[in-house]
Design a protein around this ligand. Structure first.
Ligand SMILES: Nc1ncnc2c1ncn2[C@@H]1O[C@H](COP(=O)(O)OP(=O)(O)O)[C@@H](O)[C@H]1O
Ligand SMILES: [Mg+2]
Length: 334
């Protein structure tokens, strides 16, 4: 299998990166069953067999973390802070529980079994907003044939958002997610800055000049031809998605020991040998306290492209190669 064939074989961004890294390192990949989606990896007389798009790691209890509420209960049980919230399966229950627990607005609503932010509503500021949020969850549920019908309504925690990767009880990468933005150099127009940024990005991860970006520029009383002063950061949209030009900054080196310990502990207690931990914190380089962070969820088979070059800004971690070494300890980079 060559790199082109890899793109056809799987849509999973992390697994794609893994297989491409394997081919570059001289691993021979052959399809054993297209139907069952099983491949064979061969290197220096050793073989390994992989099914689906799962990273080659032990995953004893991966299913445990599919339910974000269960994850939260487990983490809280061992003293790890998660967002305060309630679970409901009807709008009436949600309103009742929010009142009973005197949860202050703004709130956030998300499916207990969601992913990729599907069905999430941010910044719920009134009972009517909550009703609307529940309706849009139900719409998404129908459109995507989601089976589970429970939602979490949570406090909206304010801070920076991080994705931490833990492999075998060790933090291997931490990136801070930043919305699509450009930084002025005192001579280039916004248009030019966006163009230069996009040159560094892979297809599918560039800043798009759509209505949202154009509105944001206008709201800042700027145009595409305006020259940004040196050092001024212009945010072009609010969401953090890499596919909308969102950026990820490698902050592994400055991550405080206490946060590393929390992330590792969260994977140990949920039985995951490889996971992406979603953290919101005021500052990950300072000691963790009960009031300065929350862990949102654990992803047992994460997309990790944002932790690798070229998406990660800064050093980046070669996650795929670390995973490959799990299978073939003697493998070398070519
Ligand atoms: N309690 C919360 N406070 C603030 N933001 C949140 C909270 N819960 C979720 N979010 C936001 O919603 C996004 C999706 O939530 P998450 O729990 O990671 O679910 P998933 O990624 O599976 O859709 C997060 O990346 C974060 O931006
Ligand atoms: Mg998430």
């Amino acid at each position: 299998m060559n790199e082109k064939a890899v793109d056809k074989w799987t849509k999973h961004g992390g697994f794609r990166s893994f297989l491409k890294c394997a081919t570059r390192c001289g691993v021979k990949i052959t399809v054993l069953s297209k139907e069952s989606h099983v491949i064979r990896l061969g290197y220096g007389g050793d073989v390994a067999f992989l099914k689906g798009a799962n990273a080659p790691v032990m995953r004893r209890m991966g299913n445990l973390t599919r339910n974000k509420d269960v994850t939260k209960q487990i983490l809280e049980d061992v003293g790890i802070r998660t967002p305060r919230g309630i679970v409901a399966n009807s709008i009436q229950d949600a309103i009742k529980a929010v009142k009973k627990h005197r949860m202050p607005f703004p709130l956030i609503l998300k499916p207990t079994h969601g992913s990729r932010s599907l069905g999430v509503t941010w910044n719920i500021r009134s009972e009517q907003d909550l009703r609307d949020a529940f309706s849009s969850f139900e719409k998404i549920k129908r459109e995507h044939s989601l089976k589970k019908d429970t939602v979490l309504v949570e406090e909206m925690f304010v801070g920076h958002e991080y994705r931490v990767l833990v492999l075998n009880g060790r933090v291997i990468s931490c990136v801070q997610k930043v919305p699509a933005s450009v930084i002025g150099d005192g001579t280039s127009s916004i248009k030019k800055l966006i163009g230069a940024f996009n040159k560094t990005r892979l297809r599918g991860f560039k800043i798009r000049l759509d209505a949202i970006a154009e509105n944001t520029i206008a709201e800042n009383k700027l145009t595409l031809d305006s020259i940004l002063p040196k050092g001024r950061i212009l945010r072009l949209r609010n969401n953090l998605n890499m596919s909308d030009g969102g950026r990820s900054i490698d902050v592994t080196a400055s991550m405080h020991r206490s946060f590393k310990d929390l992330c590792v502990k969260s994977t140990e207690v949920t039985g995951l040998s490889f996971a992406g931990v979603d953290v919101i914190a005021k500052d990950l380089s300072r000691p963790a306290r009960r009031d300065n962070y929350v862990i949102l969820e654990l992803n047992p088979n994460p997309y990790y492209n944002m932790n690798e070059k070229p998406l990660a800004e800064g050093k980046g971690t070669d996650v795929s190669f670390l995973l490959l070494k799990q299978l073939f300890p003697n493998i070398r980079k070519k």
